[in-house]
Design a protein around this ligand. Structure first.
Ligand SMILES: [Zn+2]
Length: 92
């Protein structure tokens, strides 16, 4: 239950480059780290951590969502280092 990169691009209005994947893969499933190439058509070259809140079965039962896996909320922030492994995220 997760969003594909193209779905994430659509939802965030961004063009994304490669993901950062930790060597020990400690990133929680609802967080994604990507190079951001473009936001609303403007060229960028930085990294962001995206936090995805996807609907669970409970959210569907309570009427918060139509189906499981539906994106309920998306937020992101700019980062220079991976908050999980500390790797410097280069922008070259
Ligand atoms: Zn990392």
């Amino acid at each position: 239950m997760s969003l594909s990169q193209s779905e994430l691009e659509l939802e965030s209005g961004s063009a994304l480059g490669e993901p950062h994947i930790c060597a020990e893969n400690e990133i929680p499933e609802h967080l994604r780290i990507h190079r951001v190439l473009e936001i609303d058509g403007d060229a960028k070259n930085h990294w962001e951590v995206f936090s995805l809140w996807l609907a669970t079965g409970e959210d569907v039962l309570s009427g918060e969502a139509e189906e499981e896996g539906e994106l309920l909320n998306l937020s992101s922030m700019k980062i220079n280092f991976c908050p999980f492994c500390g790797a410097a995220l280069n922008t070259n």
